[in-house]
Design a protein around this ligand. Structure first.
Ligand code: PAF
Length: 284
């Protein structure tokens, strides 16, 4: 595996890879877990070569968020990726990604505004901007993202369609289902922040979501079901619930009642100082 930190060596590495065939890109912020490695394995199965990016993107962190504390374990991540047969690790320095005077931002209205977008103003502008840059830098044939960040995936798909990034380079954007711990908690780099007590309580999130989905699918009233879900999480020790909503799976419009299209239950809740998110399909 070749590790590159600047654009010129990235371009040389990519032209060698392109001669081999198709390239899949897996964008990450590092602190890799099995969820990321699943993305890498799927990428390897779909493409001739795999590029993984590791970049803790300052643009997507708010002023009071955990940019400085975000886990950075490049040596360990690099070993994991080499063992998975990744061809290129693109780990740019901040100055390579955002050179002095960088002044451009991509804003995807609509789909990025509610849910996490409402709780984290500017977050998805930062995500869209860096992902657009990664697509331009790597020019992959496909890119893979985890469905754990369902809203992020919707924002990226919208951006790629709107800016014609889907052709010819990013021909396909694949969402890969959430990888869960044995007890059902969705894998996340932020789970590392949980104390042992919080980690034990965290399982209430997927459990309460499954209960709510069973109630929605049984035709119980949506508002009451969502209120019960919030109540259950507070009783389990969550400090606050940012949102618990049933949404149209694609537009992310918040629903007042179930519809006859793909739906998703999305929840963000704080346990101690850690913000956990999760989402699950409803109805199909
Ligand atoms: O999901 C992530 O790890 C990040 O938001 C991404 C897509 C790599 C952009 O920084």
């Amino acid at each position: 595996m070749q590790t590159v930190n600047a654009l010129d060596p990235l371009r040389s590495a990519l032209s060698a890879l392109r001669a081999k065939g198709t390239i899949a890109l897996v964008p990450t912020m590092g602190a890799l877990h099995d969820g990321h490695l699943t993305l890498v394995r799927k990428a390897r199965a779909r493409a001739d070569a795999v590029v993984v990016s590791i970049f803790v993107n300052p643009l997507q962190f708010g002023v009071n968020e955990d940019l400085d504390a975000y886990p950075r374990v490049l040596a360990r991540d690099s070993e994991l990726l080499a063992a998975e047969g990744v061809d290129v690790l693109w780990a740019p320095h901040v100055s390579a990604m955002y050179p002095e005077g960088f002044a451009t931002s991509i804003r995807v209205s609509g789909v990025s505004e509610g849910l996490c977008g409402a709780a984290r103003p500017g977050h998805f502008d930062g995500v869209a901007t860096v992902v657009c840059k990664l697509f331009n830098q790597v020019a992959p044939d496909m890119a893979l993202f985890g469905e754990k960040d369902w809203q992020q995936l919707a924002v990226i798909r919208r951006m790629a369609r709107d800016l014609d990034l889907t052709s010819p380079h990013v021909a396909r954007i694949f969402g890969v289902p959430i990888v869960r711990e044995e007890d059902g908690l969705a894998m996340s780099s932020r789970n590392a922040y949980l104390t042992a007590d919080e980690r034990a309580r965290a399982v209430a999130l997927p459990e309460a979501m499954r209960t709510a989905i069973a109630r929605i699918e049984a035709g119980e009233k949506l508002a009451e079901t969502l209120a019960a879900l919030v109540q259950e999480l507070m009783q389990a020790g969550f400090a606050s619930i940012d949102y618990a909503q049933l949404c149209d799976a694609e537009s992310l419009d918040v629903l007042a009642a179930p519809i006859d299209r793909a739906m998703r239950l999305l929840v963000a809740a704080r346990l101690g100082t850690t913000r956990l998110i999760d989402n699950m399909a409803v109805g199909r």
